[in-house]
Every structure is written in structure tokens, then in C-alpha cells.
Design a protein around this ligand. Structure first.
Ligand code: AGP
Length: 619
């Protein structure tokens, strides 16, 4: 999740662009760059690694202001980018903007170009020399090759070649005062000024300059000049859309218009999944993990997999265990990192240890991984933060690409971790031959469809979960029940409620109820049941009968179309159907929303819950 901003108008672009990047830094920063078009003087591009201080220092040295001709009539043109690296190391050469060999085309990109490897190969066969390791650079070369004087037309043609989740903004030295943007899923928005216009990945980037905004929809191309904005569909059909005035204060703007970072991040989950999986799913329906840091042999030879993590990350590992054992038939051992590190585990060179930690800094997880590695195991880290300690302690790293998560309660990083575990499980299954191509292909296509299903669920269920929360927010205890692959979803849903609402909550394997916990139930207890598709849904339904017989209020999450669940629950939330192993990615959404609304109804600060920190670097 990077930040992009563009400007065309009658003011020097540099400061406007850097100020805009400053407002986007929360989206992630490991490098940043600016490209400014000085008519009759070409493009001045300055890039730097690190946060914006690095870029500011580089801009001072470059002294772009010296090249801003005061008499330009509204032809100041510039684009800028703050990068959250997904492809390619954190280096100046990989920082955006990226240009073609001539430097005449400059582009910034937010998102993932899924098919960039194949496009890059074709361009290199045609003699193009790449200067970065990024997927974004292919876009600048494609636009340069299609450009025949009309930048909009060139971007339109390039868009047709690109697959993935991205938004781009391009400029060309032959067309000063023109920026062209294109959106494929990842947000892109225009700010309307007086004799100037802006384009960015989020409103905060230009909100200090204008509050008149124009949303660009999926599959649209937008051409902005100082005097106007033209939107067309990808086939060229014009789009008429009235700008809207935004009344946000700055803090709300940073939260994307949501009241809290947690709600913003709940809504960012489809994008987090898409960016984590899409370019690792190849055109011919295979899983490409070739960039993680060790070869296929490690996956082929592992006799056992051990997953260590804490909190929400541990729950993601629990989901991963089902996927790995089901698809790859490799035995998986799970342990909470703070326990694992002290139990003198039997571990060695035939083991593959997977440490899951979104921060990459959790002391217990780092210690558990180090112990395993010291005893000869291969160690794979799954983390969200480039440059974190865990990336230096592991033999290989699989990055989730959820973007910075500000809310202490993990939401988008959880689903991104689960998605990363699915990639590992599928790769293991492919390499060990446990799943035939058709089954791998089916699962990959189910996975590709998940972001859209998640988006539909979040949009449709948020209001419903608020209504349910209003019925129960003053309860003194909640019980969560689930079985099989629904159990990790329960555990995670219960942790969310505990973390943000401070209400005592327990989560149990539903089959365990009769061995004690059922004594907890009385007439008023809200019992949240995860009753989505699984091989033992019938068992879950009978456990729900037991619970209902004691008069508890059953709130159930069910797979849409399954009308059995509503017969044994007061409230039933339906989530889209998908392969049952993938079901946790949609089943968790109502539970995140329930926790959120219960906490807010109790007046709590969901972004900074009491006693908690986003990263637990102490044991
Ligand atoms: C989850 O909502 C919590 N913030 C916490 O349980 C967290 O998952 C745990 O501390 C592990 O953090 P990590 O993923 O950064 O290692």
C-alpha cells in the first residue's frame, strides 16, 4: 500500500507534492521520490530511501526550485510516491517514480502488477534495459512504447496489458500540464482546484489544498490539466461525474473518512489480501514463492512443520495448519511462542519452522525462531514489516502486504497472514504432489475471488453487526464456539472482543462444551458460533442445539444458502460460499465488526485499547 500524488497547475509542484506525501506516510514508507516536469528543461527526478526526511535532504541538494521557471502558465507538472516495498529491495533505484529509458515518461504506481514478469521478459527481448527490480517499471516502458503524442491513449493501451490490483499516474515531457491516471481496484481520487488539479491515492494528500474531490472508479482513465478533468472508461466512453465536497477534519482524513483506524483497516482487508496473493499466483495457476529466500527443496524435504506465533498471529497459524495438513499432508505442530521457547522442544534439520509475526519484533516469537534455527531447523518468517528483526533472523521471509496497521487490534494483518499461509500450503502441496493441477487451479481461483467476497461481506454486514451489538453490548460475558477450521476463527473473534471491549470472553472447541464450559451458560449469555462450511458442520449444529437448549442467545456465522443454521440461532449472519478451507477469510469479518461495535457502544478507544501495545518487544 503505497502513497501517490500528482499535481498540475500554476504553482511550483515540489512543495505541494512533498506535503502531500507527508500526509500519506501512514500508508507506509521505506523510500520516496518526486518527478517534476520543467518544460524545455526535461524531468527532474529525486528519490531517496527511508522516510521523507531522506527525500527532503535529497531535494535540497537537487535544488529543484532553481529550475522552476516563474513564467510558466500553469504548466507545473509533477508526481510523487512514498513506497511500501512489495517487489524489489528498499533501494533508491527501486523507489518511484519510474521512467522509460528516455526519461520522457515517468509513472508512480500503488498496488501490484500481477503479470509483470512476463511483460518484463517481452520488453527485455525487445531490447529494453530495466534499471529496477520493481513491477512498476514495466508500466513506464509500456506507456513510452504506446505514446504517439496522446498520453491518455498511451495509458489506455498500457492498461489493457496489465493485470493485478493497481492505480497509476503518468506524465510525459512532451505533454506538460497533463497527468493521466488509471485505476484497477486500488483507490485513486482527484482533487479539484482553481487553475490547478490534484490526483492521489487518498484524500489527505491534497486536503489542505482543496476539499472538492472526484472519485475515480475501477476501470477508469482520468486526464487532468490545470483547467479540467476528463474521465473515460477503459473503452473510451466518457464518464460524467460531479465532484463532491469533503467536510473531513485532518484526523478523519487520515482515517480515510472512517471514525477509527480499526474500521478503516477492516475495510482495507480485501486490498491487503489482493496485494499479498495476486502476483504470487501465476498465470498458469501455480504458486510462485521463488523470492522468499530459500528454494523448493526446503519445502520438499521438510518432514514436519512447526508454527510459532503469539496472539492473533497464532490464530492465523492455526488456520494454516488445517490448510497444510489437508492439502500437503505434512504434519504440523503448533505452539504459542512464549511456551515453545521454554519447553526444550525436539527440533532439528528435518523441520521447517514458520514464525508468524506482523511486526517482526515480537520478542517471544523471535526467541522461539532463534532456538529452532540454532538446533538446525530451517526458519521461514511471515511478516508485514520490511527490515524488521525477524527478516534478519530467518532463512526466508514471506511478506504480507497489508500496509501499515495503525490499530492495535490486528485485523488486515491477520487476514493477510492467513492468506500467506494458504500460499505456503498450496506450494507445499504442488511440490509434494499431494494435490493434482486441477485441484490446485480450483483453489487458486477460489483464492483470487476472495477479495471481492470479503468486500461484499464487509459492506453488507457492518450495519447488521451494529444492530446485533446493540442487543448485547452491555453483557458481562460472551462465549465463542467453533470446531475444526471454525475454531481459529472463534479464538480470533473472541480475542478481538476482549482486546477492544474489555468484556470477559471465552472461546472453545464446541465439542468441549459438555466437558465443563456449558456450566457457564444461562438465559442471557450471548454465544457466538462459527457454523460455516466444514466437514463437521453437522456436529457444530448439534452443539448449537445443546447451547440453545440452555436458553443462551446464539449468534451464528453461516455460509450463505445454508438454512440449517438459522434454525438453531437467534441471529444468523451469512457469509459468501468458498472452499471450506478458505472460509475463515470471510467468517472472521462479522466477528471483527461485532467486536468493533460492542467496544464503540461501550465508549472505548478501539485504536488504542488499554494496557495494549502494537508491538510486544518484551517477554
Ligand atoms: C492482536 O490483535 C494483538 N494486537 C496481538 O495479539 C498480536 O497479534 C500479538 O502481539 C502478535 O504480534 P505480532 O504479529 O506482531 O508478532
Amino acid at each position: 500500500m503505497c502513497g501517490i500524488i500528482g499535481y498540475v497547475g500554476n504553482r511550483p509542484a515540489e512543495e505541494i507534492l512533498v506535503a502531500g506525501l507527508q500526509k500519506l506516510e501512514y500508508r507506509g514508507y521505506d523510500s520516496a521520490g518526486v518527478a517534476i516536469l520543467i518544460p524545455d528543461n526535461g524531468v527532474k527526478k529525486v528519490r531517496a530511501v527511508g522516510n521523507l526526511d531522506g527525500l527532503r535532504g535529497a531535494l535540497e541538494e537537487a535544488d529543484l526550485s532553481a529550475t522552476d521557471e516563474p513564467d510558466l502558465d500553469g504548466k507545473f507538472t509533477g508526481i510523487a510516491h512514498t513506497r511500501w516495498a512489495t517487489h524489489g529491495r528498499v533501494t533508491e533505484a527501486n523507489a518511484h517514480p519510474h521512467g522509460d529509458e528516455s526519461g520522457k515518461v515517468q509513472i508512480v504506481l500503488n498496488g501490484i502488477v500481477e503479470n509483470y514478469v512476463r511483460l518484463k521478459e517481452k520488453l527485455e527481448e525487445d531490447g529494453v534495459v530495466f534499471t529496477s527490480e520493481t513491477d512498476a517499471e514495466v508500466v513506464s516502458h509500456l506507456i513510452a512504447r504506446y505514446f504517439e503524442g496522446d498520453l491518455t491513449d498511451a495509458v489506455r493501451k498500457a492498461y489493457a496489458d496489465l493485470r493485478g490490483h493497481y492505480s497509476i499516474v503518468a506524465m510525459h515531457t512532451d505533454t506538460p500540464g497533463v497527468l493521466v491516471g488509471a485505476r484497477k481496484e486500488t483507490p485513486l481520487i482527484v482533487g479539484i482546484g482553481e487553475g490547478e488539479n490534484f490526483i492521489a491515492s487518498a484524500i489527505p494528500a491534497f486536503m489542505n489544498e482543496t476539499r472538492l474531490v472526484l472519485e475515480i472508479d475501477n476501470g477508469e482513465i482520468v486526464t487532468i490539466t490545470p483547467s479540467g478533468v476528463e474521465i473515460t472508461k477503459i473503452d473510451g466512453e466518457p464518464v460524467e461525474r460531479a465532484p463532491e465536497a469533503v467536510e473531513w477534519d485532518e484526523e478523519t482524513a487520515e482515517k480515510g473518512g472512517y471514525d477509527t483506524f480499526m474500521m478503516k483497516e477492516i475495510h482495507e482487508q480485501p486490498e491487503a489480501i489482493a496485494e499479498t496473493i495476486l502476483d504470487r499466483l501465476t498465470d498458469d495457476d501455480s504458486v510462485d514463492l521463488s523470492d522468499i529466500g530459500f528454494g523448493d527443496d526446503v519445502f520438499r524435504q521438510a518432514k514436519r512443520i512447526v508454527i510459532v506465533a503469539c496472539g492473533t498471529s497464532y490464530h492465523a497459524g492455526l488456520v494454516g495448519r488445517y490448510a497444510i495438513e489437508r492439502w500437503a499432508r505434512v504434519p504440523v505442530e503448533m505452539d504459542i511462542a512464549s511456551e515453545y521457547r521454554y519447553r526444550d522442544p525436539v527440533i532439528g534439520e528435518n523441520d521447517l519452522v514458520i514464525g508468524i509475526t506482523q511486526s517482526g519484533e515480537t520478542a517471544d516469537t523471535l526467541a522461539a525462531m532463534r532456538l529452532a534455527r540454532d538446533r538446525g531447523a530451517k526458519v521461514l518468517a511471515i511478516t508485514n514489516i520490511m527490515g524488521s528483526q525477524v527478516t534478519r533472523d530467518a532463512d526466508a521471509v514471506l511478506f504480507t502486504r497489508a500496509g501499515l496497521e495503525i490499530g492495535v487490534a490486528a485485523t488486515k494483518t491477520f487476514v493477510a497472514q492467513v492468506a500467506a499461509m494458504y500460499l505456503v500450503a498450496l506450494r507445499l502441496a504442488e511440490l509434494r504432489g499431494n494435490l493434482g493441477f486441477s485441484e490446485v487451479s480450483r483453489l487458486i481461483n477460489e483464492l483470487r475471488a476472495i477479495p471481492e467476497k470479503m468486500e461484499a461481506t464487509i459492506d453488507s454486514e457492518s450495519e447488521r453487526m451494529l444492530e446485533i451489538a446493540k442487543l448485547h453490548y452491555d453483557q458481562k460475558f460472551f462465549l465463542y464456539l467453533g470446531r475444526h477450521i471454525g475454531l481459529p476463527v472463534c479464538l480470533e473473534g473472541a480475542l478481538k472482543l476482549k482486546e477492544v471491549s474489555y468484556i470477559p470472553t471465552d472461546a472453545y472447541a464446541a465439542g468441549e462444551m459438555k466437558h465443563g464450559p456449558i456450566a457457564l451458560l444461562d438465559e442471557s449469555t450471548p454465544v457466538v458460533c462459527v457454523a460455516t462450511d466444514s466437514p463437521i458442520l453437522d456436529k457444530v449444529l448439534s452443539n448449537m442445539e445443546e447451547v440453545k437448549a440452555r436458553g443462551a442467545d446464539v449468534i451464528a456465522v453461516a455460509t450463505e444458502g445454508d438454512d440449517r443454521v438459522s434454525k438453531v440461532s437467534e441471529e444468523t449472519i451469512s457469509v459468501p460460499r468458498t472452499d471450506w478451507v478458505l472460509q475463515p477469510l470471510v467468517a472472521i469479518l462479522p466477528l471483527q465488526l461485532l467486536a468493533y461495535h460492542v467496544a464503540r457502544l461501550n465508549g472505548h478507544n478501539v485504536d488504542q485499547p488499554r494496557n495494549l501495545a502494537k508491538t510486544v518487544t518484551v517477554e
